[in-house]
Design a protein around this ligand. Structure first.
Ligand code: GUN
Ligand code: FE
Length: 425
């Protein structure tokens, strides 16, 4: 017998990048964790199945956070006074070095996992630290939340504080092999992803090793790209042979040519870099909060969207101050307006429907058929109670979701959450 799950309420989801579909008082039906359809009247074949009735609440696809640093969650909302490179040296590296200590890691990752479970995020692509045991601990804690995630043990063998560097490329690769083997044995929902921190952290010899690992395990890759002008200039000094930043990944097969790849930021990507990202289907993780906080800049997301590139949204905690993906949707729209006003008047601001798409279906494609309630998509859903903010106005469902997102109703308005058809909250 198939495992049928039926939710009733006001259902909405992205049909495509331009359009959110809203269906009042309808039934969201899934079988074995996969959406079978959204119906105004329940089809007769499901008449005997139990229905979870959420009344007047909003039911939407879970958010997909394409870029978040779990160990940085502890200092989110602090240290917003520096640009990327001094920010890493001053706040980030010293904090990440603490994850050598498993007691500290347990406490910090416990708070992170608890918050992620209660958030609107159902899928996330996560950076851990370079530490193998602490990363396995994070994967274990995330597995228990029921969220479906990629989690990466960072590789870094140069240009950091001594206690946060792997002891050379071979040590880094060896530890990564061991971690992947263990993670694949132990976890179903927490999946390993190769994570060279960024080019300045990884020697050419280490990048070669990571290419070998990718060819062995065929797991995806995450990293950072063209985030800050000083960083971009540094990459061309460290890799004088590279034609552009992305080429320094591509040279080692770590830029989408040999496996699914997501790059955070992509603010200062030039024409050649953009062309290669398109050719290789590299995903862009747009992180507007981080890009504001670290004075990095504004990524040309209107262009990426119009040119049909793979784009999603990342909270990038702790460059970004919050794990709230509703907040990240709003920031995506807001920075696109500043881009249009100050940088390029031909690049129209993003609409609400477009930014909602990026946070669900846009990033969801990194995971497969994820991020919508179209037939065949994973049954990842969150239920929002927006009556916590009462209003005398009789709003449409579309107005209600827009308001719920602008008011960060994901912080305390979530009353249900499902991942792959399993109830998480
Ligand atoms: N580049 C390399 N490491 C990091 C990081 O931790 N955060 C951000 N925003 N950019 C990075
Ligand atoms: Fe980041």
């Amino acid at each position: 017998m198939e495992n049928v799950l039926i939710l009733k309420g006001n259902i909405l989801y992205s049909e495509n990048k331009d359009t959110i579909v809203c269906k009042a008082n309808s039934y969201l039906v899934s079988k074995d964790g996969v959406v079978a359809g959204v119906f105004e009247k329940l089809p007769a074949e499901y008449a005997a199945c139990p229905v979870t009735d959420y009344g007047d609440k909003l039911i939407l696809p879970g958010m997909v956070d394409m870029h978040i640093h779990a160990p940085q969650f502890s200092f989110r909302g602090n240290g917003m006074d520096l640009e990327l490179l001094p920010w890493l040296n001053t706040y980030t590296f010293p904090e990440e070095a603490k994850f050598e200590n498993l007691d500290y890691a347990k406490k910090a990752y416990g708070y992170f996992a608890d918050r992620m479970k209660k958030s609107a995020t159902t899928r996330a692509v996560i950076f851990a630290t370079r530490h193998r045991e602490a990363t396995l601990l994070l994967m274990d804690l995330m597995e228990q939340t029921g969220l479906d995630t990629f989690i990466g043990k960072i590789n870094m063998d140069r240009e950091s504080i001594p206690e946060l560097m792997d002891k050379g490329p071979l040590d880094s690769a060896y530890s990564t092999f061991g971690w992947i083997n263990e993670a694949m044995k132990r976890f179903k929902l927490s999946k390993p992803i190769l994570t060279p921190r960024f080019i300045p952290s990884c020697s050419d010899a280490l990048m070669n090793e990571l290419n070998e690992i990718q060819r062995t395990y065929h797991i995806p890759v995450q990293s950072h790209l063209s985030e800050n002008p000083g960083e971009v200039a540094w990459v061309s000094e460290l890799c004088p042979w590279s034609k552009f930043y992305g080429d320094a990944y591509d040279h080692f097969g770590l830029f989408g040519s040999e496996g699914k790849t997501v790059m955070a930021h992509c603010i200062f990507s030039g024409e050649d870099e953009i062309a290669l990202m398109k050719k290789n289907g590299v995903f862009v993780a747009h992180c507007p909060a981080s890009n504001m906080n670290l004075s990095s800049g504004i990524a040309p997301i209107r262009r990426y969207l119009d040119e049909n590139m793979n784009v999603g949204i990342g909270s990038d905690v702790a460059g970004g101050e919050s794990e709230s993906m509703f907040r990240a949707i709003v920031q995506t729209i807001q920075v696109s307006k500043m881009y249009w006003r100050y940088i390029d008047e031909t690049k129209k601001p993003l609409t609400f429907d477009e930014a909602f798409y990026l946070a669900t279906l846009g990033g969801g494609q990194f995971f497969g058929k994820v991020g919508s309630f179209k037939e065949g998509y994973a049954m990842d859903a969150v239920v929002i109670d927006d009556s916590i903010y009462p209003s005398p106005i009789d709003m449409t469902i579309k107005q209600r979701i827009e308001r719920a997102v602008y008011l960060s109703t994901d912080i305390n308005g979530i009353v249900g959450k499902f991942v792959n058809g399993s109830k998480v909250l």
